[in-house]
Design a protein around this ligand. Structure first.
Ligand code: TXA
Ligand code: MG
Length: 344
């Protein structure tokens, strides 16, 4: 299959809409990461997403809409809980995904057999335009090969999926850089399943206390049931081994220099690179989690461009605010391997 590279002009967006209406796969930019879209109401089209990505069939997809009214218009949910309206008022359009009881129109392929469905209204103008051009809601996971870092630029999508999908719409770099915050309102109590740019604190300001699923910050035992199937898979990992180093600035620099050698690199904060002898990739500014979120996947992909790199010692971000999202992705990239320096 020849993958078309489309622009974000009117004509190309119309073309993307046509391909999607006919059951094809089109990668589209969103404010978080690029998504691999198909008509969410067409089970056959959705199946192709799983095949193109190599995604396990038990990992459900997010349905993307271009207006709140699309939820009812397309029968996506069986009920809109009151708190959903409050969250939507405050955070939509934007990087928040809300899980609700599934409606009749949603095929099992989207929800992976669950009785719930994840809905997201992206703020990216190109994403909205493609949904409108397609004339249907779009199921879209991140547009990477399953397991590799999510794509934040069209060229990342091409790297992973060229020849496996019909088209990519190039809308430039994604501004957030990490996937949306996922919260479920389909259970008794609201629960955070995946942290993102919209933080626990911001959500609690509008709907009160929420739970944070155990899998967000911890490695779950194999036999534990997960609320969000995506959380159980090894994720976001470059080919090199990533190890998180939990320490202060000085200890981190000393540690990397002591362990430096062939194939060693550092994923560090701006400024660290002046004192580190290994090759450095900059995660971002030390206490600027949005900056780190924006850069993380891009840096993991840059590390992949240098196959001679075998070990990456990464700074361990704090779990405050958006830091929780950066930590959540990085700890999965590291396969939960953390070195606490006072323990060494
Ligand atoms: O920012 C994003 O959310 C991006 C862009 C493209 O919108 N999409 C994205 O999709 O990250 P994906 O498939 O890579 O991640 C969706 C996550 C997975 O962890 C999945 O298990 C979870 O949401 N999820 C989807 N539907 C669910 C459901 N009904 N119940 C629990 N978890 C669900
Ligand atoms: Mg993904």
């Amino acid at each position: 299959m020849n993958t078309l590279l489309l622009n974000d002009n009117e004509e190309d967006i119309k073309k993307a809409g046509e391909i999607l209406r006919e059951g094809g796969l089109v990668a589209i930019p969103t404010e978080t990461v690029y998504g691999l879209a198909a008509n969410a109401l067409d089970g056959g089209a959705v199946k192709r997403i799983f095949k193109a990505k190599g995604r396990p069939a038990d990992n459900p997809l997010i349905v993307h809409i271009a207006d709140f009214s699309d939820i009812e218009k397309y029968n996506l949910v069986s009920e809109i809980p009151e708190k959903v309206k409050i969250l939507a008022e405050k955070f939509w359009s934007g990087p928040l995904t809300i899980i609700m009881p599934k409606g009749k129109a949603v095929p099992d392929e989207v929800s992976a057999g669950l009785d719930t469905v994840a809905i997201r209204f992206p703020s990216h103008k190109v994403a909205q335009a493609v949904i409108k051009a397609a004339g249907c809601p779009l199921a879209a996971p991140s547009a990477n090969l399953s397991g590799s870092p999510s794509p934040t630029e069209a060229k990342h999508v091409m790297n992973d999926l060229n020849g496996r999908i019909d088209a990519v719409v190039d809308g430039g770099e994604c501004s957030v850089g990490l996937e949306s915050t996922v919260i479920t309102l389909a259970e008794d109590k609201p629960k955070l399943l995946r942290p993102g740019e919209i933080t626990v604190g911001e959500i609690e300001k509008v709907i009160g206390k929420i739970e944070v699923d155990d899998a967000v910050l911890n490695q779950l035992k194999d036999d534990k049931k997960v609320s969000s199937p995506g959380m159980k898979y090894k994720h976001y990992s470059p080919k090199a081994t990533v190890i998180l180093v939990d320490s202060n600035d000085e200890e981190y620099i000393d540690f990397v220099n002591k362990n430096n050698g062939k194939g060693v690199a550092a994923l560090c904060y701006y400024g660290d690179e002046k004192n580190i002898e290994a090759e450095c990739f900059i995660l971002g500014e030390k206490n600027n989690y949005k900056n780190q979120a924006q850069r993380l996947f891009k840096m993991l992909r840059k590390i992949d461009e240098e196959p001679e790199i075998k070990t990456v010692y990464a700074r361990c971000p704090s779990v405050d605010g958006v830091g929780m999202a950066v930590y959540n992705r990085l700890i999965r990239a590291a396969g939960f391997e953390v070195i606490k320096l006072e323990d060494v």
